[in-house]
Design a protein around this ligand. Structure first.
Ligand code: SF4
Length: 1848
């Protein structure tokens, strides 16, 4: 893990993304000790890149006095007695020896030491690898002596060691001293272990005698090896990493401000900094350990116990003394957490300790000759079995210690109980201040302690009024998807599919400072730590307040406040703020800045905060509370992260940090707004269940506890600049620069403006910019609906156009969201011809497993492994088998399946992403963990950045569309084209070519421009000039042929091939034989199609120590017996085989298998079947289960069921037979009593799954369809289905093209979400869709979903009131599977055709509403809102969910965010949202518009819709011309913004199309009147009967009003100019409709000319409707894929009624009109028609031809022309000189509404052409927003998707 900044010789300087600070170690460690301290002359490693240099190896031994005395006497130096001199090896440059000796000697004198002599250590360079040799130092050894006072002498030696390390490198000299000690010496270097012994000749000298030998071998998994970084350090060597390092190091620096030492006095400062610069993690631990031993008054075992405590807080089995010790020790120092195995020695003691996570292996043997052999694996020594008396392992947090002075080997209990009783710590702990003591003092009872005060009421009476929510960046998403689940379930909700939203550094939606951070992972941990299941080791308890001097153990250390966890309740926080108990005092510091001070004000306020903190710390305050409580209208909050970071680091720098405790009263630590908001939700009856205060607090606290990474500073910033990092996050990385304080302040101020806008319009609601789930108008997402739909189509149909569109949208999304989107290629001036670039098949690019295998690439199964049907697929064309079988994450050398341990190197570099992934994780995990992989717009960029292997997951899943992957091979290779343009022939030549990339930030994103990509684009060759970076150019020899598996396979081949029944193999095994039997098992699985071999086919008898992953994936039929022991991961992925391990039969008789370890950690990980018998103790996670298991995951049950009892007993017998276990025999002998000791471990999740399965099995039994043999299956399309016919149907021309002919569509208009859907309000309705669906659904289910009986409910409320009851019964999670779409939503046609009332069966709709809402999946990418879906971006999934929950008011609030008139759209819209619904891919879409309509109708009925008169008027006057949907929407929005709005309508009533263009059956005019009255009450003036351009000139409007909005619709009807058009009785349908509507509404009109009673009309005696186009297909045509609007044959309500009355559908398709026929009196009497045929021409365009001989005359007494509209009335436009486009519509810029005339705007059909009501509303809203913005400079009216803030 990262280290502390500073130079470290041998490591490259920080360059590009590399920094020595990120160096990690993963290692092998071990020691040998003679427990009696007797000396004698009595090894392993990985290689560096040159195949011969080691990554580092070393040994620490006792001082070989005999040898040194001999050598130094040869130089004329007589060494004093042992212990009277100190010695150490140092690495220096050959030509700097003189300078070093001088400097060192000078310093020695300074500390009253005398240099006795120097020697150049004798080395054999031939043992040094090529790379290591380039940096090989001169190794000098020094001997010093000093005062007789041993303790003072040791201090002098330590001072010299430390001081010289600080000071000599400052002079520019290479100087690294491996140690300076009277007891130990370290030999190490950039070597491997075998080189070590040859390189240092001293080590092979027979006079080199030592009682201890601590050995280390380093694997630098992702780091540079160096001489200096080799282990051991001065006191220790380790395996693993220290994940808490940065936090530990910072606190250690802070501690320097409170430490003092009587023994060192002023000299103490010479030791500072305790943690030296440039240290690796182990170096840092070593520095502190050394310091605690040398200056802290602690012996080595105690010092190590202080730094590496057990998980003591939650351990129910720990003694009180030990707990007390650990608590005291926790006051002195925070834990240094691994995962790590630390081995340590000071010459007297030698031991090992495993950190509390315990994820590193550590095993030991004790032999008869009193030696202990400890190592990270068994089998590394050649101890003979008869000599071994004990085999053990270290448990987490446990210590192993040998005291060579006392000649004893001590186990953990003994050591620690000794240390725990050294001091009266229990008594000292009495001094601790606890929260309960404080509460008692302030008489805070339990209820009061968690009470949520009423302070929030000052911020409004309901949630919307609390403006603090938007000010702090709260969103409804955060509230609903993060906070509420935490309160309800005590844990975070899960999300999936990765994070595809823009990184905070690219987001223009004002992200929080938290969002700029990404969590880092432990690099060498396998398996990963699981904080949920391993809760026992996680504790959040911490001491707060001033820390005492650590160097003098005393009660002083306990005088701090002990917090069991960091989340404070409101009352606890208040108590701490105002306490004076026991002299404690608290300073409250406001972390806010004045809004009026602007963006610069924030940094000033931060600096002031730091100053005030310093003063308070100096003034003796024990607690500082940083509070943003005062934030509001005047003050904006400083991000708590910035505030606490700045203060924390400032206090560290000033060495004041440990004088005070820091408490944050903000969104963190005391998250007051969370508690207050939840309380408010409860008060508004929106919290279900309505938990009491205490539970709210406790649940939230519990949820937080799962996600807190305490004090570790294991985060990296992505996109913050140096200033921010230096001030607030010192020591944390931010490698690509980015925004600074000004930007962060501006983002804060924008949030503040949204919260406190002077005129609140749409900003009143808590916004949701769509950070987690995609939302129209919100944050871009890589997987946005357009990309997904295009990829889906490309994947399903192989449509190249779709793929091209996908590429385009994906690139655009990457530009908005990712770092790779900010890169571009540097193309060559001399591009290559494409033919010169290697073939696509050679290029490692592809999509899925099939495609990848075709071209030889590899795909990855993911962690769950692979399904058998895929695994076994041998189909050479459609082979879906993934070449990589992934088992677990984490990088660990030698652990990767087939890689032998001694050759653990990266063969491939894989650049991993954060924006994909399919797995489920907590939302904050998805959002906050892992760095983006930017470091392939694609594969090409990734390769250029260094990747040579590629894995895909999310994109393929999208292609599969959750159904079946059919075709994914796309015959395009953009990589080749790019390569040719860059002048690169071979793909492997791309690898690492960062010089061919350039930083090219999105020009529309000001934040992107602030990034600095120089680090990313730094060429690896700059750091290591001569390194070969050509991908795949260096082959690595894994010596696979030497694997033991191949020898087994040779002997077993005839059995595997079925030629022989059985084979018995006998062999020996060592720990180097890793993953034994995996290759064998793979071969068996391939040969036997995964069934394995018959039992006992291959019997393998082994002796020795099994290497890691022994018997991994062992196949059925293979029985392995190992006489010996084994390491970690035994039986990983066990797949039917049998493993038996027992101790060697020749162990000494005293050896008891039950007390000794037989196998390592993580046994049987991922095992699926088979048997395993281990005689001996197994790894940690198996021992003493009852006390240690996590009851949250599993239940412990007694063994009662007779089948369980029989199973266990027979298994025990088998165990005895196979291992000879005496314990098992004893149990069997005493079975009657012993059986009671067995517990059955049952995972809760497994139980739940079983219960569900049982329930479902019972439920589905009755319905379960009888499976039909495949050949007998009926066609899903019915008996007479003819697939050819279907094809023909699909081939028929579609309306779309022809419609374009008639009514051209402007494809360039970005607002056109759906090419004008022909049916408009009179056309498509859900009833048609439903009719189709109805035929499909099971009748039984229909009964359930739709009432056949007449509705019995009285009103809407009746349905809604039993929300809770219904909700409880409904299953939202699987609603879309369980419930059918309701279909019976219209009144009976026989009834409805007799009246003029609305056609809807409102009551039936209401009754099944929640069932319908439960079908909505709340999609992460909700297509219902996409470009093909709702033009308004209605937040459909959210209000569906709210309706499901019965939260109607909130559903209304969500609905009104995007739609002013849901009562109109809910009735008349053809619902493109339903056409685009994700469910529509393979089942009926979710019911949307009925729900929308019910929400608003219910709201009116409840009286929730009231006139809202603007509080403030701007004084601006605005005229709106036209009162149709767009005019009304514009007027409503502009009025809301405080403008005075006058609407001009030429007709006699308000409403335009809504009034006279839509029949009352579809939209009751009372509904229109209701809205108009409301708008009038809100202050809008309606001027009816005034035709602008005629009654009032447009130019007058321009003069009289500040702005004019033209919204007069598209009213110019298309005519049919054929002979006879002038005859009487031929009318435009719209005129007919208008007059009838007028008549119905009471106008006194004579319509004799239109009266067609008893005549043949195209409405009375007979009705016929002509359609020139062919009928649409019954299902979607190939060219009409989901999610486009479905152009399928529908039966609308009108057709239905005609059919009912006249017995036939009135429509005739494929018919053209030639002539109107005259009755001789100038009146129409019929139409001459002909049939038409549609064919495609050579270019693929549709052509219409008359069918010869098809002429026919239809009688008609009246003809209505309904052929659409051509555009707006021209007169007003001409009068106002407004520019029009070629189609005659008002011309505006793209996405703008301003016309060519200043202050004149246009909206709706007059601008975009004939369209839908929903589009018109959207236009009106957006035009209003632009008008407001232009007039006022700012607007709080909502933009697209209802989102107020819209980045420009
Ligand atoms: S309505 Fe359909 S697309 Fe929209 S969220 Fe629900 S299921 Fe998804």
């Amino acid at each position: 893990m990262p280290t502390v900044p500073g130079a470290s010789y041998g490591l490259p300087k920080a360059e590009g993304l590399y920094s020595p600070e990120y160096e990690s170690d993963a290692c092998g460690v071990g020691f040998v000790v003679n427990i009696e301290g007797k000396r004698s002359h009595k090894h392993r490693g990985a290689c560096g890149c040159d195949n011969d240099s080691g990554d580092g190896a070393g040994v620490m031994t006792g001082i070989p006095h005999k040898l040194y005395r001999k050598i130094m006497s040869g130089q004329g130096v007589t060494l004093p007695d042992e212990g009277r001199y100190a010695t150490g090896l140092m690495f220096i440059e050959k030509d700097e020896r003189k300078d070093i000796e001088e400097e060192f000697t000078k310093m020695a004198t300074q500390f009253e030491l005398k240099v006795l002599g120097w020697r150049v250590v004798d080395v054999d360079e031939t043992f040094c690898g090529e790379v290591a040799r380039t940096l090989e130092p001169l190794i000098l050894q020094v001997f010093v002596t000093g005062t007789e006072d041993k303790a003072e002498f040791l201090r002098q030696v330590y001072l010299l060691r430390k001081y010289s390390t600080h000071k000599i490198p400052e002079k520019g000299l290479r100087y690294y001293i491996c140690g300076l000690s009277t007891e130990t010496v370290v030999y190490k270097g950039q070597l491997n272990t075998s080189q070590l012994w040859g390189y240092f000749r001293d080590l092979s000298d027979p006079d080199f005698e030592t009682h201890i030998s601590l050995i280390h071998s380093r694997f630098s998994t992702n780091t540079f090896p160096s001489w200096e970084r080799a282990h051991p350090q001065r006191y220790l060597a380790h395996n693993g990493e220290i994940n808490t390092l940065r936090g530990n190091v910072n606190l250690m620096a802070a501690r320097e401000g409170v430490m003092h030492s009587p023994a060192y006095g002023d000299r103490l400062k010479n030791l500072y900094p305790v943690v030296e610069s440039g240290m690796s993690d182990s170096g840092c631990v070593d520095n502190v350990l050394e310091f605690l031993c040398m200056a802290g008054g602690r012996e080595l075992p105690e010092a190590i116990m202080t730094m590496v405590p057990e998980a003591w807080q939650n351990d129910r089995t720990m003694t009180a003394e030990k707990k007390a010790y650990y608590r005291w020790s926790a006051f002195a120092m925070e834990p240094w957490d691994g995962p790590a195995l630390l081995t340590f020695t000071d010459g007297r003691y030698i031991g090992a300790i495993l950190d509390r996570n315990g994820l590193r292996p550590s095993r030991f043997y004790v032999t008869k000759d009193n030696h202990m052999y400890m190592s990270s694996e068994v089998g590394v020594t050649d101890c003979k079995s008869p000599d071994v008396i004990q085999k053990g392992r270290l448990a987490p947090g446990r210590m192993l210690l040998v005291d060579t002075q006392e000649k004893v080997f001590m186990k953990d209990e003994l050591i620690k109980s000794h240390l725990a009783n050294l001091r009266p710590v229990s008594q000292w702990l009495q001094e601790t201040l606890s929260m309960s003591e404080l509460r008692q003092h302030y008489s805070l009872g339990r209820n009061k302690r968690h009470s949520i005060d009423r302070m929030h009421m000052a911020h409004g009476s309901c949630l919307e009024e609390d403006r603090r929510l938007p000010m702090f960046g709260w969103t409804t998403e955060a509230l609903n998807m993060l906070v509420l689940p935490m309160i309800r379930d005590k844990k975070e909700a899960l999300g999936s599919m990765g994070n595809d939203a823009p990184l905070a550094c690219l987001s223009l939606y004002n992200p929080l400072v938290f969002d700029y951070f990404k969590q880092l992972f432990a690099q060498v941990t396998n398996p990963p730590i699981d904080p949920f299941r391993e809760k026992i080791v996680m504790s959040l308890a911490c001491p707060v307040g001033p820390e005492a001097n650590i160097l003098e153990p005393s009660a002083e250390q306990c005088r701090r406040l002990w917090l069991e966890q960091p989340i404070l309740s409101l009352s606890d926080c208040d108590m701490l703020k105002y306490t004076s108990y026991k002299g404690w005092k608290t300073k409250i510091l406001d972390s806010v800045f004045l809004v009026s001070s602007g963006a610069v004000g924030m940094l000033k306020a931060l600096n002031k905060l730091c100053e005030e903190s310093e003063k308070a710390a100096e003034a003796g305050y024990q607690l500082l509370v940083l509070s943003d409580r005062t934030a509001g209208k005047q003050y904006a909050p400083i991000s708590p992260l910035l505030a606490v970071g700045a203060v924390h680091h400032d206090l560290i720098k000033k060495k004041l940090r440990l004088k005070v405790g820091l408490i944050v009263e903000s969104d963190a630590i005391c998250p007051y707004l969370v508690f207050e908001t939840i309380a408010r939700l409860r008060q508004q009856h929106l919290l279900d269940p309505p938990l009491p205060d205490e539970e709210i607090f406790m649940n939230f606290r519990a949820a937080c506890a799962r996600g807190i990474s305490k004090g570790a500073q294991i985060f990296e910033a992505v996109g913050l600049n140096r200033d921010v990092m230096d001030l607030c996050f010192t020591g944390s990385a931010s490698r690509i620069g980015g925004v600074g304080f000004t930007h962060l302040a501006e983002e804060t101020l924008r949030r503040h403006w949204l919260a406190y806008a002077e005129i609140e319009c749409d900003s009143r609601v808590v916004m949701n910019p769509g950070n987690l789930h995609w939302r129209d108008g919100g944050e871009k997402h890589i997987n946005d609906p357009m990309s997904v739909a295009n990829l889906q189509d490309a994947g399903r149909t192989g449509n190249k156009d779709s793929y091209a569109k996908f590429t385009e949208t994906a690139l655009d999304a990457a530009r908005h969201c990712t770092l790779r989107g900010q890169m571009d290629f540097r193309f060559s001036e001399k591009p290559l011809d494409l033919s010169e670039v290697e073939e696509a098949a050679s290029i490692a690019h592809s999509t899925l497993a099939i495609a990848m295998n075709r071209i030889g690439a590899k795909s990855n199964t993911g962690e769950g492994g692979e399904n058998a049907d895929r695994y076994l697929n041998e189909d050479p064309i459609n082979n879906k088998r993934s070449k990589i079988k992934q088992m677990a994450q984490g990088a660990k050398p030698g652990e990767g399946g087939e890689l032998p341990g001694h050759k653990g190197k990266a063969e491939h570099i894989v650049i991993s992403g954060h924006d994909g992934g399919t797995g489920a994780s907590s939302w904050t995990g998805i959002k906050g963990a892992g760095l983006p992989w930017e470091l392939g717009r694609d594969v090409v960029i990734a390769a250029m950045l260094g990747a040579d292997e590629f894995g895909f997951s999310t994109a393929p899943l999208i292609v599969m569309g959750c159904t079946m992957m059919r075709k994914c091979h796309l015959n395009t290779c953009p990589a080749r084209e790019l390569m040719s343009r860059m002048g690169i022939r071979r793909f492997q030549d791309l690898v690492g070519r960062t010089d061919k990339l350039k930083f090219s930030p999105n020009p529309h994103n000001p934040k992107a421009k602030l990034l600095d990509f120089s680090a990313i684009l730094k060429n690896a060759l700059d750091g290591r000039p001569d390194t070969n970076i050509v991908g795949g150019s260096m082959s690595q020899d894994f010596q696979m042929e030497n694997r033991l598996d191949y020898k087994v396979i040779e002997q077993a081949r005839s059995v595997i091939e079925g030629k022989q029944k059985q084979v018995v193999i006998n062999m020996t095994i060592t720990n180097e034989d890793r993953t034994f039997a995996a290759t064998l098992s793979n071969l068996i699985s391939m040969k036997t199609v995964e069934t394995g071999l018959p039992d006992k086919s291959i019997l393998i008898n082994l002796k020795g120590s099994g290497g890691q992953s022994f018997c991994a994936f062992l196949a059925r039929g293979v029985h392995v017996t190992l006489e010996g022991d084994a390491n970690d991961y035994v039986g990983k992925g066990l797949s039917g085989g049998e493993v038996v391990i027992f101790p060697p039969k020749d162990m000494p008789p005293a050896f008891r298998s039950e007390d000794n370890i037989i196998v390592g950690n993580v046994v049987l990980y991922g095992a699926t079947s088979g048997k395993a018998f281990f005689r001996g103790q197994t790894a940690e996670r198996w021992g003493n289960f009852a006390d240690k298991c996590n009851p949250e995951s599993v239940a412990l049950e007694s063994l009662e069921l007779s089948e369980d009892v029989t199973f266990v007993r027979s298994f025990l017998q088998e165990f005895v037979d196979k291992t000879g276990s005496t314990i098992a025999q004893h149990i069997l002998d005493n079975w009657a009593t012993e059986r009671a000791c067995f517990v059955k471990v049952f995972p809760h999740e497994f139980r739940r799954a079983l219960d569900e399965q049982t329930k479902e099995g019972a439920g589905s039994l009755a319905e379960a369809p009888v499976p039909t043999p495949l050949g007998d299956k009926p066609s899903p399309f019915g008996e007479n289905h003819d697939p050819k016919k279907e094809e023909k149907d699909i081939e028929t021309p579609e309306n779309e093209y022809i419609e374009e002919l008639i009514n051209p569509i402007d494809d360039n208009d970005p607002n056109r979400k759906e090419a004008a859907i022909e049916e408009e309000e009179e056309g498509a309705s859900s009833s048609d869709e439903e009719r189709k669906v109805k035929a499909d659904v099971n009748k039984e289910t229909e009964k359930e979903a739709e009432p056949k009986v007449e509705p019995t409910i009285i009103d809407i409320e009746e349905t809604i009131r039993d929300a809770t009851m219904e909700q409880k019964k409904l299953d939202k999670l699987r609603g879309f599977v369980k419930y059918k779409r309701a279909t019976n939503q219209y009144r009976d046609p026989a009834v409805r055709q007799k009246d003029w009332k609305e056609i809807y069966n409102h009551r039936a709709v209401m009754e099944g509403l929640r069932t319908q809402a439960a079908r909505c999946m709340d999609c992460g990418v909700p297509f219902c809102q996409s470009d093909h879906g709702c033009p308004l971006g209605n937040i459909i999934p959210k209000w569906n969910d709210l309706v499901f929950r019965g939260n109607w008011q909130e559903a209304l609030a969500q609905l009104l965010q995007t739609n002013n008139f849901p009562e109109f759209t809910g009735r008349v819209c053809p619902a493109p949202c339903e056409g685009a619904c994700v469910l529509g891919i393979n089942s009926p879409a979710v019911t949307i518009k009925n729900i929308e309509n019910t929400i608003i109708d219910y709201a009116f009925e409840q009286g929730w819709i009231k006139p809202e008169v603007p509080k403030t008027r701007t004084g601006k006057k605005i005229a709106v011309v036209g009162s149709g949907p767009s005019g009304l929407a514009a007027a409503a929005q502009l009025n809301k913004a405080g403008h005075l709005v006058t609407v001009y309508e030429r007709n006699d009533r308000v409403g335009g199309l809504l009034r006279y263009g839509i029949p009352t059956m579809k939209l009751s005019k009372q509904v229109v009147d209701r809205r108009v009255r409301l708008m009038e009450a809100e202050g809008i003036r309606f001027m009816t009967g005034v035709e602008v351009g005629k009654d009032k000139l447009g130019s007058n409007l321009i003069q009289d009003y500040d702005a004019t909005c033209l919204a007069m619709g598209s009213t110019w009807p298309r005519d049919l100019p054929i002979p006879g058009r002038d005859l009487e009785g031929i009318h435009f349908a719209m005129s007919f409709l208008e007059t009838w509507q007028k008549k119905q509404q009471g106008n006194n009109l004579e319509y004799l000319t239109l009266n067609a009673k008893d005549k043949d009309v195209i409405g009375a005696k007979s009705i016929t409707s002509f359609e020139i186009l062919p009928p649409p297909p019954p299902t979607r045509a190939a060219s009409n894929p989901w999610p486009t609007f479905p152009r399928v044959f529908k039966m609308d309500y009108g057709h239905e009624e005609v059919e009912l009355k006249y017995g036939r559908d009135p429509r005739i398709f494929n018919i053209g009109s030639k002539e109107f026929l005259d009755d001789g009196k100038g009146h129409v009497c019929g139409i001459k028609t002909h049939l038409v045929e549609w064919t495609k021409d050579a270019t693929g365009r549709w052509e219409m031809q008359e069918v010869p001989g098809s002429e026919k005359v239809y009688k008609a007494d009246m003809v209505l022309l309904a052929m659409g509209f051509l555009g707006p009335e021209k007169s007003i436009l001409q009068e106002m000189s407004v520019k029009t486009d070629p189609r005659g519509n008002v011309n505006t810029d793209k996405n703008k509404y301003a016309t060519s005339i200043p202050s004149v705007y246009a909206a709706g059909d007059c601008r975009r052409g004939q369209s839908l009501v929903v589009w018109a509303i959207n236009e009106g809203r957006q035009a209003a927003r632009q008008i407001d913005l232009d007039l006022m400079g700012k607007t709080s009216l909502a933009g697209p998707g209802g989102i107020v803030f819209q980045p420009e």
